[in-house]
Design a protein around this ligand. Structure first.
Ligand code: FPP
Length: 237
């Protein structure tokens, strides 16, 4: 199946930047009478699968929505489990990130996260900062509106007075990173949920009913094939 789908990929029409709203971990688990946190754990395997495909196809930027500013409303045990999974991912995968030349970049107000989490992120970000094969952006304590507000405030601090599109972009968390060509959301929800509001102005959107824990290599290839069939016009005719 994977090989069959791979044959349909046109290497010259791949997105440079893919962003993903990884949704449906909770429902996937609940449908199986498993704890929601188990869904998140299986979701980490999907994260690894998507990274693998990006490396193989040389997709250079991948941005994953792992924790939104709204996620603080979840039960404490679920929030704790998510941060534990993230730390486990960083601990177990740091060698591989180096070996595969992946640069970890975290976006959002992540410095407000628990000190232990901030520490492990900082150390992996530092360690991988010279890598450039894949830029892996993980959005943590991220909100799109907050990002725009943070950008304006940073600009003002820096003496900016008259904001143009280019000026504001300089202060976004994603400054220097091209806008996503493709945004994927799993689990059947068709919303943006405050993700990359500024950056997705011309992004192609792809929604699938598949829950995130089941979004593996084949599903990602299907999304890329759907993207390749689209005609992108950027407002032109
Ligand atoms: C959405 O499912 C998923 C999340 C809020 C968290 C995603 C986090 C991971 C996959 C693990 C850690 C990430 C990395 C990068 C290692 P949901 O709980 O909203 O599902 P539901 O809508 O079915 O309840």
């Amino acid at each position: 199946m994977y090989e069959e789908l791979l044959k349909q990929i046109d290497a010259n029409k791949l997105p440079q930047h893919v962003a993903i709203i990884m949704d449906g971990n909770g429902r996937w688990a609940e449908e199986r009478r498993l704890p929601r946190t188990f869904g998140h754990r299986v979701g980490v395997a999907s994260v690894k699968a998507v990274i693998k495909v990006c490396l193989e196809l040389r997709i250079k930027y991948l941005t994953l929505y792992a924790f939104s500013t709204e996620n603080w409303a979840r039960p404490k045990n679920e929030i704790d489990a998510l941060f534990k999974l993230l730390q486990e991912f960083l601990r177990k995968e740091r060698k591989r990130l180096q070996k595969e030349e992946i640069k970890l970049n975290v976006i959002g107000r992540w410095r407000e996260l628990p000190a232990k989490v901030v520490k492990s992120i900082t150390s992996v970000v530092e360690e991988t900062r010279n890598n450039s094969k894949l830029i892996l952006n993980i959005a943590l304590n991220y909100g799109g509106r907050q990002e725009i507000i943070d950008a304006i405030n940073k600009g003002i601090e820096n003496g900016e007075k008259d904001f143009s599109i280019e000026t504001l972009q300089k202060y976004l968390y994603t400054s220097g990173i091209p806008e996503p060509d493709l945004l994927i959301r799993t689990s059947g929800e068709c919303r943006i949920s405050n993700f990359l509001l500024w950056q997705i102005a011309y992004t192609e959107l792809y929604f699938t009913k598949v829950y995130w824990p089941e979004f593996r290599e084949e599903e990602f290839l299907k999304a890329l094939i759907a993207y390749q069939r689209r005609e992108r016009r950027f407002g032109k005719i």
